[in-house]
Design a protein around this ligand. Sequence first.
Ligand code: BES
Ligand code: MN
Ligand code: ZN
Length: 493
Amino acid sequence: MKINALHYANLSNQKSDCIILGVYEKGKFTASGDVINQASEGFLAKWIDSGEIKGELGQTLLLHNVPGISATRILLVGLGSKPTLQARQYSKVLKSAMKRLLDTPSKDVINCLPEVSVEQYDLAWRVRQAVIMAEDTTYQYNATKSKKQPKYVLETLNFNGEDKTLNNAIQQGQAIAAGMNACKALANLPSNICTPTYLANQALELAKEIKTLKARSLDVEEMKALGMGSLLAVGQGSREPARLIIIEHHGASDAAAQPYVLVGKGITFDTGGISIKPSGDMDEMKFDMCGAASVFGTLRAVAQLQLPINVVGLVASAENMPGGGAIKPGDIVTSMSGQTIEILNTDAEGRLVLCDALTYAERYNPKIVLDMATLTGAMMVSLGTEISGFFSNDDALAEDLAKAAKESDDPSWRLPLWRAYDEQLKSNFADLANIGLRWGGAITAACFLAHFTEKFRWAHFDIAGTATLSGKDKGATGRPVPLLTQYLLNQCE
Ligand code: BES
Ligand code: MN
Ligand code: ZN
């Protein structure tokens, strides 16, 4: 999609396939809506007065043959009753506008929705979010379909307003969206294609495509030599060998500048292992590498933005299967940190692969470490499917992340890293057990990880509820790429 910010001296005689305009309840327009309404001698207002569109948030009305207007179509979108929208409401407006627009054969479009005022955010931000929504809603999965869906005809999206900050905003939006869509593309692949080996090869491809990125991976033998007994244990029940994948972005002028390290859970399929899962909806466990996919996506965004920082992505990848060589409840492994772990439940495998990747992160002398994982069903119980939960051992880092979550409209909430629950992770036979009691399962999982992150500032994102959608919209969301990219952008200010 081509995206431009242009200055339109007179919108009414502007040739375009569609102009998107916001309208409040009671019929008030933003500036461009007034221009079009006047040029059409109140044609828009007539439809509002007749009740065809009430202006409720996200409501749409498509108009053709608007008199006095050169554009083929006018798409009206409801803005609700308040003059200033909240960021979430603005997203909803953008989304319904895009959904309606994509149903029309419009190629060249002028989107005036960023004219609306949004609490706390300026025009550049509003344009950026509109760019992300446009790219997000035009994502299509075709990789494994013999009949590809017809491509959307939308080619050019224009915004009203021209200056350098808008071009910058557009670039940011495009980079974040490219990261999200890269994340979705990987996450949506089935596990018979997307294996740990496939992910490792995709890292090499990414580094081939983007010159500032370097990629390599550690195979089973190399991980054995490093003592990654916990990560390897998860992969040992599968025919697919485990991998630790490393992607580096070198953007800082000081090559030795401490990097931001992103760690992703890359379980390409989670059967539960010997502690096998129930079969209903088990297909969705191909998404158990969404944390890994978010690392790939964020590195793409960071590289595209040429951020002047160093970033390292570490992906801990394995397939959790109940094969003849699989780990069994009660088995004890030694992690790279030296701590021994009693595996009481083989379905609590995410923390087992992450802990060794977190220990590996120490060698980078990281500025901070963030891990992303579809880690627990308990997190879905806690925060539902719209809010990601995160934990941190550092209050300043947690504040920065909460700020980035808001600014990127990627809702996330901090939960307590309640170390009293470490009690639940005690084992009679090892240093740690890999599960706690039933209640507070997202917190005990975070506490488990905390045993491997004492040497750096760290936060853990449990994205079990937010990385994917179920039902008819089944698929990856690309989250939390927006939050992560925003956090890293903010670090460059
Ligand atoms: N990958 C799952 C968590 C998950 C569940 C993600 C549902 C997305 C949707 C994870 O490996 C898992 O199985 N966790 C267990 C932990 C338990 C055994 C302590 C869980 O949440 O039930
Ligand atoms: Mn599991
Ligand atoms: Zn899992």
